[in-house]
Design a protein around this ligand. Structure first.
Ligand code: MCA
Ligand code: AMP
Length: 509
């Protein structure tokens, strides 16, 4: 049994304290017109928490989830918080190789999957020691919801300290091995409070929610702001520009990755009038081109608010809600977040110079799951987290991200680490070596492409672009698969023998 000392810092309790007094007030407005009220959200999350507890989930146990977006997926997230479990969401595009790694690394007690992959889930669960596999179908049906429906609709939310873990989100690494970022109840609560305040959430707000809910942007930033506000979300299964056009007149806030804005602007029906009742458009997860920022302003009269963050600490900086939102910048450090930009010797740099961005604050994660060494490497002695992003200050204190010190490619807001893909390409018979880079792409911002050196033999001669792409498609989530494969005689290298990725980027841009 948990002993109760002081107040409960469980994130759910903090969110719940902001729910509207009227239990009938809508929380989710679904694509088919159905609504889920705040009262029902509270009851359903209790049922899911009861179910998890009845399956032996103890505080601190991991619950891995790979499902499509649905109200039930949200009930499950909140149910995990209430049961004191650690929520581990996975992109539903992940394939066998990726799922097996996450289950093996995080050793969850429960794996909730789509019925479509049940056989694979059972096989991987047996291999990695997962005790229960439950199904959640895209329409909300399946053994998870059926089990929850049999449970009581009240549950006393488990007491957690601020330091206890609420979630683990995997982020890829330069070595190709994903790292589980451990986020505590305090990490998430502090960012939720700050964003709710800084972006001036207010009564009457309606958020158009089209982001996936397996990443920080859709799961934490968008949902926590809404729940902290006790207001409704138009909860859509995914981003669809045509659907956004239909729903924007009913919304006041929209959050998206730059690709969403590019796609909205390519719709002739996306007009000033359509956005007349909107209060705020937020962009993040990848750089927003100033061209998109400017065109959006001319077309709608709205200035997109760009912010910057990372899985390891949610949001770090934001352009101001009131005051000038400056295109090409990610604004100022958020309250409670210290940001510094330093040179290689960790010394602060001058305005206008480029350096490494480091951050510190209550929002910064507790470290990488089971990787104390890696965690130590990523923090400075005085407790700043090294983001791996390169940036600079301007004279007015706005920060710009100018690049990354790591090889990371961000395609449509999703991260791809070249090393992981290169290792898989190199294992294809006939491949001598390969290099994967990101090149500018009008829709995804960056697109993944590969340069491949074939072996000087029959297998090498038989390699084709289509063959390599199809070999990779079963192995990885599709968004990681190169959009193009170029065959080359050799890779460009510097005098140290290191592959010059910038030369490849230039060549294929
Ligand atoms: C789908 N495909 C992609 C991507 N998404 N390829 C490259 N990059 C992508 N992002 C591929 C599919 O595998 C498929 O390939 C083809 O494109 C069409 O797929 P479809 O599902 O129709 O694509 P879509 O529905 O148009 O999806 C594109 C999308 C989506 C709407 C941009 O990827 C998306 O919602 N991205 C947002 C991700 C996000 O939430 N990021 C925040 C991370 P094929 O034809 O070969 O089958 S949080 C974060 O980064 C930090 C903390 C932060 O600051 O927020
Ligand atoms: P993730 O690992 O998915 O959390 O992605 C975090 C990375 O996304 C950051 O380290 C940045 O490189 C990038 N990112 C997030 N927001 C922005 C932004 N507004 N502008 C440029 N890059 C961004």
């Amino acid at each position: 049994m948990i002993e109760i000392h002081g107040k409960n810092e469980n994130l759910y309790e903090i969110l719940k304290s902001r729910f509207p007094g009227n239990p009938k007030a809508p929380c989710l407005i679904l694509a088919d017109g159905d609504e889920v009220s705040y009262g029902r959200l509270h009851q359903e999350s209790a049922r899911y928490a009861c179910l998890l507890s009845s399956l032996g989930v103890q505080p601190g146990d991991r619950v891995a989830v790979q499902v499509r977006k649905s109200p039930q997926a949200l009930f499950l997230y909140l149910g995990c918080l209430r049961a004191g479990a650690v929520y581990l969401p996975m992109n539903d595009a992940y394939q066998r190789h990726e799922i097996e790694y996450f289950l093996g690394d995080a050793t969850p007690r429960i794996f909730v999957c789509r019925p479509q992959i049940r056989a694979l889930a059972d096989e991987l669960a047996a291999k990695t020691g997962v005790i229960h596999v439950l199904e959640l179908a895209d329409n909300g049906g399946g053994s998870l919801a059926e089990g929850a429906a049999l449970q009581p609709d009240n549950f006393s939310t488990i007491v957690r300290t601020g330091d206890d873990l609420a979630a683990i989100l995997y982020t890829s690494g330069t070595t190709g091995r994903s790292k589980g970022a451990m986020l505590s109840h305090r990490n998430l609560a502090s960012n939720a409070r700050v964003l709710h305040r800084c972006w001036a959430f207010q009564p009457g707000d309606v958020l158009l929610h089209m982001l996936p809910i397996f990443h920080v942007h859709g799961l934490f930033v968008a949902i926590h702001c809404t729940l902290m506000n006790g207001s409704p979300m138009l909860f859509e299964p995914k981003f669809d520009a045509g659907r956004a056009l239909a729903l924007l007149p009913r919304a006041t806030v929209f959050m998206g990755v730059p690709t969403y804005y590019v796609r909205l602007l390519s719709e002739p029906g996306f007009t000033w009038e359509l956005c007349a009742d909107m209060r705020l458009f937020v962009s993040g997860s990848a750089p927003l081109l100033t061209e998109t920022f400017d065109t959006f302003k001319t077309r709608t009269g709205h200035t997109i608010l760009e912010r910057y963050g990372m899985t390891e600490g949610n949001m770090f900086t934001s352009n101001p809600y009131k005051g000038e939102r400056r295109g090409g910048t990610v604004g100022f450090p958020l309250p409670g977040v210290s940001v510094r930009i330093v040179d290689d010797a960790n010394r602060p740099i001058q305005v206008g110079e480029i350096g490494q961005i480091q951050v510190k604050g209550e929002n910064i994660f507790r470290g990488y799951w089971q990787m104390p060494e890696k965690t130590r490497e990523e923090f400075t002695e005085d407790g700043f987290f090294k983001t791996g992003d390169m940036g600079k200050w301007d004279n007015d204190g706005y920060i710009s991200i100018v690049g990354r010190s790591k090889d990371l490619i961000i395609s449509g807001g999703l991260n791809v680490y070249p090393k992981e893909i290169e290792e898989m390409i190199d294992a294809i018979p006939g491949v001598f070596e390969s290099a994967v880079v990101g090149v500018p792409h009008p829709d995804f911002g960056e697109a993944v492409i590969a340069a491949v050196v074939p072996q000087d033999n029959e297998a090498g001669a038989a390699l084709t672009e289509a063959g390599i792409i199809s070999a990779l498609k079963g192995a990885f989530a599709n968004f990681k698969v190169p959009k193009r494969v170029h065959f080359v005689d050799s890779l460009p290298r510097n005098s140290m023998g290191k592959v010059q990725k910038s030369a490849l980027r230039q060549q294929y841009t």
